[in-house]
Design a protein. Structure first.
Length: 322
């Protein structure tokens, strides 16, 4: 019989319509398997009956464990809190909406036992999803890949397996607004992919629309975490503008001498050009300054209000990795 412990981690908010079915399928998936399992649910300040459901399920099955945050932390931060609290030799984190099937976990474990320390899942199809959202998601991946030299695998989301060693390295990183999809690739080690068809949401409605705030925040984090290309683009644009400005000035003077252009129009066009370039440059630079400020400020990325079956693990990055 295997002595391996597998931790399955879910970051969620307001999923009381899905949690019972999710836990039922977890039990069915693990039945008869040789590993020891723990099911860790990180509750990001839900306002529905999610906590009550988890208390009831834990009374029936001690493998169900949960953490409740003291304030809204965000999906990535909740995943990290779950990884920090987990005791497994292999750690799987995934969404709780059953679009990613828990029945795929045995295949991830096969790859882990074959020596892979990071096992990504890759969606070969996305059933029942909004075409606009899918299009926007793919464009976001392309932007991140373009700026980070292909770091981000396309169609690989938040359903992965990490070895204990890989998870510990991920937890040692001190970044605020962590982009875990990219960091899981960046830490290295032997990595592989398992393909699957992503299913429609099991029940209820998605808590986010295709243009929700977290999606924009995630894309910005993905770009600014792994690339300085946007800053260099602004520098190059500024140098190009400096090189072009004498030519524009000469062309404007020539047109003015011919009586074809008025002074006011030329001055306004140049002013808008300079203003737009300046504001864009300041904005892009500001995104990086914000990241530096958050890292220097050193606030914990999660604060635990309640824990059932788990130690209340603080953010080790803030405590110097202790």
């Amino acid at each position: 019989m295997s002595s391996d412990t597998v931790s399955i981690i879910f970051s969620f908010r307001n999923e009381d319509d899905i949690l019972p079915e999710l836990i039922r399928r977890l039990r069915a998936m693990t039945e008869g398997r040789p590993e020891t399992y723990e099911f860790i649910f990180v509750n990001d300040c839900s306002s529905d009956r999610s906590r009550d459901i988890l208390i009831d399920e834990r009374a029936k099955d001690p493998r169900v464990k949960f953490i409740t945050t003291a304030r809204r932390s965000g999906p990535s931060e909740c995943v990290l809190a779950g990884l920090a609290a987990a005791t497994g030799d292999a750690l799987v984190y995934m969404d709780s909406d059953l679009q990613d099937p828990p029945e795929l976990i045995p295949q991830l474990l096969e790859q882990w036992r074959a020596g892979c320390e990071v096992v990504h899942t890759r969606r070969s199809a996305r059933l029942g999803e909004d075409p606009l959202r899918m299009w926007l998601t793919r464009r976001a991946y392309e932007v991140i890949n373009w700026t980070s030299r292909g770091l981000m695998p396309i169609e690989s989301g938040d359903f992965k397996l990490l070895s204990r060693r890989a998870a510990d390295h991920l937890l040692s990183l001190r970044e605020q607004d962590p982009y875990i999809r990219g960091l899981a690739v960046w830490i290295g080690f032997r990595q592989t992919f398992v393909d699957y068809e992503r299913q429609p949401r099991h029940g209820g409605e998605s808590k986010f629309s295709g243009l929700h705030r977290n999606a924009v925040k995630t894309m910005i984090a993905g770009v600014t975490s792994f690339s300085f290309l946007p800053v260099y683009l602004v520098v190059w644009a500024g140098l190009g503008g400096l090189a072009l400005s004498p030519l524009l000035l000469l062309a404007g003077l020539a047109a003015l001498a011919a009586g074809a252009v008025a002074w006011g129009w030329m001055a306004a066009a140049l002013a808008f050009l300079l203003w737009g370039g300046l504001m864009t440059g300041i904005g892009i630079t500001g995104l990086y300054v914000i990241r530096v400020y958050k890292d220097v400020r050193g606030r914990p990325r999660w604060i635990i209000a309640e824990s059932e079956g788990l130690d209340m693990i603080p953010d080790r990055a803030v405590l110097g990795g202790r």
